[in-house]
Design a protein around this ligand. Structure first.
Ligand SMILES: *Cc1c(COP(=O)(O)O)cnc(C)c1O
Length: 412
């Protein structure tokens, strides 16, 4: 970054500080990860200079032969990973991808069935402050109060009563396997479109460790920067019969020119996913989440649904007398990032809910294993028990930093 340092020392210095923070602190936010040096390199290229409105092979600008070659590679790799009939790799991020999906299939005012937000759903699945909740008529299913899991008979009952045009499954804070076939069956019974948003678990599905909705569902969206370990962005996959309407909704419906440098980086990440080493990584992500959840249970904590099948779990701190926001702040003091999270039927408001969401994709990219996960759970518990003791927190922060320095993040 020599040129940047010379020309713009202010921005250069913020980037240097963020590099240091990422190296010395522990990332347990379930939606974050560290990309490889190759993915990072692809993002910082002159592909950003090119306008390529349209899709590969059909552009509204000249000079796109090479960009076409790159985009076709990204599409082919993605289709191979998930067994998709059709793929669009241009969505700029998860929320715009979902906007394009709704635009392709339904009209403003139409009814959509999704998971309650405080039960693990995403903003773009009908939250009133989000475009989805403003434009469409969202109705909701929830998780079972006792099990913390989705009850398919309950989903069927609500779907039959509400008769939605579309059913959305796939979540931001749900730690269990999803019955995609069951969802597709219900969607068929009520003549609704089936939409899977696999933003969180796509990497685990790509590795063959969780069920894949792509063979069953009409349309599937995912971000590329979470467990897929690619650049910030998203993709949409669908059945061939919906290819045209999806492509048109992405462009010209939602977006202008694609971000070619990012799409090249997506292709690089997909190339990494197609290698055997990615399956090893994804397997360890799940092992790590299970080990950490198990350690928290041993330490007397409650976990929503009692455990995890994937890369994350929700710690219910209600009984510990610590709010989600407070927990987030305590952990910030020891160099650990987590995100506050609602628990199903949370008695507290979303700004200070009763839980935190913990995920292992980033720590696993640093090569941490079960042993480190158990140690981290113990450090978090110790911090909670000594939340007012600055000395203890300072000592734990040092321990977290030492642990992090032993497991460097991938760097150029
Ligand atoms: C993260 C996420 C998104 C949105 O992704 P952005 O890139 O932040 O817009 C959409 N859906 C689900 C389920 C997510 O977890």
């Amino acid at each position: 970054m020599k040129k940047l340092q010379k020309q713009d020392p202010q921005i250069y210095s913020t980037i240097k500080k963020e590099i240091k923070r990422q190296n010395e602190e522990l990332e347990l936010i379930a939606s974050e990860n560290y990309v490889s040096p190759a993915v990072l390199e692809a993002m910082g290229t002159v592909l950003t200079n090119k306008y390529s409105e349209g899709k590969a092979g059909h552009r509204y600008y000249g000079g796109n032969q090479i960009i076409d070659e790159m985009e076709f590679l990204a599409i082919e790799r993605l289709k191979k990973i998930f067994g998709a009939e059709h793929a669009n790799v241009q969505p700029l991020s998860g929320s715009p991808a979902n906007a394009a999906v709704y635009m392709a299939f339904i009209k403003p005012g139409d009814k959509v069935l999704g998971l309650k937000l405080d039960h693990g759903g995403h903003l773009s699945h009908g939250h009133p402050v989000n475009f989805s909740g403003m434009l469409y008529n969202f109705v909701q299913y929830g998780v079972n109060e006792k099990t913390g899991r989705i009850d398919m008979e309950e989903v069927r009952r609500i779907a039959k009563k509400e008769k939605p045009k579309m059913i959305v499954a796939g979540y931001s804070a749900y730690s269990r396997e999803i019955d995609w076939k069951g969802f597709k069956k219900i969607a068929d019974e009520v003549d609704a479109y089936s939409f899977a948003d696999i933003a969180h678990t796509a990497g685990l599905i790509a590795a063959g460790l969780m069920e894949n909705p792509v063979p069953y569902f009409d349309v599937v969206s995912t971000t590329t920067h979470k467990t897929l370990r690619g650049p910030r962005g998203a993709v949409i996959m669908c059945k061939e019969k919906f290819a045209k309407q999806i492509d048109r909704a992405v462009f010209p419906g939602m977006q202008g020119g694609p971000h070619n440098h990012i799409n090249a980086a997506k292709a690089v990440a997909f190339g990494e996913i197609l290698k055997p080493s990615f399956k090893k990584y994804a397997t360890q992500v799940i092992k790590n989440a299970k080990a950490m959840a198990d350690e928290f249970i041993k330490l007397g904590y409650k976990i929503v649904s009692g455990g995890t099948d994937n890369h994350l779990f929700i710690l219910n701190l209600g009984a510990k007398g610590i709010g989600g926001r407070e927990a987030e702040q305590i952990l910030e003091q020891i160099g650990i990032s987590v995100s506050r999270s609602t628990i199903p039927n949370d008695p507290n408001p979303p700004m200070n809910p009763s839980g935190i969401r913990i995920g292992t994709p980033a720590a696993t990219t640093r090569n941490m294993k079960e042993k480190e996960m158990r140690k981290i759970a113990k450090l978090i518990d110790e911090a909670f028990r000594n939340k007012a003791d600055k000395k203890v927190l300072a000592r734990i922060k040092k321990e977290v930093k030492n642990l992090c320095l032993k497991f460097p993040v991938p760097a150029k």
